[in-house]
Design a protein around this ligand. Structure first.
Ligand SMILES: Nc1nc2c(ncn2[C@@H]2O[C@H](COP(=O)(O)OP(=O)(O)O)[C@@H](O)[C@H]2O)c(=O)[nH]1
Ligand SMILES: [Mg+2]
Length: 455
């Protein structure tokens, strides 16, 4: 299903956010999409923690109520001292806010739609307001939405990771990456595989890195939000420093997105094939049948340079808590096999700008943001990846020009990938005869015997 779009204008959103401390809003329910019936509201909004209801009327007013307590259809009056009603209009610079009267129940938790004000008290007793100010006496709703309100927790004074945001650092990182050389014979570049759900930002990450090295915006990999994967081919992308410049010793491999259902999206077995170097560039993935030996697109003889030296998972920071068990199971299946092959793995936490307004305002807040730190911890736990292997990034998505701070964060992620690829090379058995590597297939006698790498 395609993403549900909020009906709030920028001005309305800003005014709504001003009612909370460090809020993040997640759209749970939209009547025009999910239905105007009470049960459709409850299916999506029960037991979601703090929520804000947003009603739109034909007079252009936006109004509603905040509840810190759950909706759960208990049929009880709920005491919630933090509850309030509000109204937003274009003319008022600030929203009208009406707190719940002390000791009065804030809402009736019935099986109806949200019902603010107590069941057995006189109307208006829980909240004292003038209906004209609140909704212009117009209760003909054109839309109704409910958002979960998450506390973003503000900024840490001390960042949880140090990063220099200077132009010097950007140059240094670029130079270090360009002069990278794997410490093994016959391999000139690190091959990095990107794996993640549809829309996590795999294609955008490649485009962003390519843009940083080209010195201007590029979009070689098609990116977008079609709901299903717009990338269905296996693509290996080389990068050049400047137009017609020297190749950067990094190959980024882009895959079809992971999807929840067992026979949709990238197949975990294809990830294994890619890691072993068997999948040719431009191979057309087929979700129902992983690549088999002897079929078109299968490369039988592979060498160390064809193999994947580091796997990078990508996850959208604002969707971390919503990742389904089926998606986590797919990740786990891939991680198990990549671990067995000794390929180091890191995770890029993407779209940190969308996830946290404090980061959107200033990217340098990334390691100060309590919210981003919490999301990094969450994904670390749910995917079993050490926190030290989780790197928040912001890809270029709508910009027309490069931004030095965005570059520094992106380049520092590449630096980590190269460090991890080095660990892969170092982990190869020292006594391995280099000749073996060039003939290595996957027989038990393969020259690539590795130690377990990550966990
Ligand atoms: N704001 C923002 N948007 C992003 C970021 N990364 C990707 N996007 C957008 O998310 C959508 C999906 O990205 P895409 O690279 O196609 O995802 P893929 O399916 O993993 O290849 C595109 O519209 C991108 O512009 C990011 O870090 N920040
Ligand atoms: Mg893609």
């Amino acid at each position: 299903m395609s993403a549900i779009i909020s009906s709030l204008t920028n001005d309305q959103r800003k005014k709504l956010l001003s009612l909370f401390n460090h809020p993040q809003l997640h759209l749970l329910y939209k009547a025009s999409v999910h239905g105007f019936e009470a049960n459709q509201f409850h299916n999506r909004c029960d037991r979601q923690g703090p929520t804000v209801c947003v009603a739109y009327n034909s007079s252009g007013l936006v109004f509603g109520a905040y509840a810190a307590k759950d909706f759960a259809q208990t049929n009880q009056n709920v005491i919630d001292e933090q509850a309030f009603l509000y109204s937003i209009s274009e003319e008022r610079p600030r929203p009208l806010r009406v707190g719940v009267t002390a000791a009065q129940p804030a809402f009736v938790d019935g099986a109806t739609g949200p019902n603010f004000g107590a069941k057995e008290s006189a109307p208006g007793a829980a909240y004292n307001f003038n209906p004209v100010d609140m909704h212009g006496n117009n209760l003909a709703l054109t839309e109704f939405e409910v958002y979960r309100v998450e506390d973003m927790g503000g900024l840490l004074t001390k960042p949880w990771r140090n990063l220099q945001w200077t132009e010097d650092k950007r140059q240094l990182l670029k130079e270090q990456i360009q002069s990278y050389k794997p410490d093994v014979n016959g391999v000139k570049e690190a091959r990095v595989l990107m794996v993640g759900p549809v829309g996590a930002g795999k294609s955008s990450f490649f485009n962003s890195i390519n843009s940083v090295f080209r010195g201007g915006m590029t979009s070689r990999a098609i990116s977008g939000t079609a709901g299903k994967s717009v990338t269905t081919q296996f693509r290996t992308y080389t990068i050049k420093a400047g137009k017609g410049g020297l190749p950067v010793p990094l190959v980024l491999c882009d895959t079809m997105g992971l999807e929840e259902s067992p026979d949709a999206g990238l197949d975990p077995d294809d990830v294994i094939n890619i890691c072993k170097g068997h999948v040719q560039d431009r191979y057309q993935f087929s979700p129902s049948a992983p690549l088999q030996e002897g079929t078109p697109g299968y490369k039988k003889h592979t060498t160390l340079k064809d193999k994947i030296h580091c796997v990078v998972y990508l996850a959208d920071a604002s969707k971390v808590s919503l990742m389904s068990q089926k998606m986590l199971d797919k990740f786990a299946a891939i991680r198990k096999k990549t671990n067995q092959m000794g390929v180091p793995q890191i995770l890029l936490l993407t779209k940190i700008d969308e996830a946290c307004p404090l980061v959107q305002n200033d990217l340098k807040n990334v390691y100060h943001s309590v919210y981003i730190q919490q999301k990094a911890r969450e994904v670390s736990q749910s995917m079993g990846i050490p926190l030290s292997c989780i790197i928040p990034v912001k890809n270029y998505s709508e910009e027309l020009e490069l931004d030095p701070e965005v570059d520094v964060l992106l380049l520092s992620a590449v630096e980590q990938m190269l460090n991890y690829a080095d660990s892969f090379f170092e982990n190869l058995e020292p006594e391995t005869d280099p000749c073996d590597l060039y003939n290595s297939n996957d027989s038990p006698t393969s020259g690539l015997q590795k130690k377990q790498f990550v966990d």
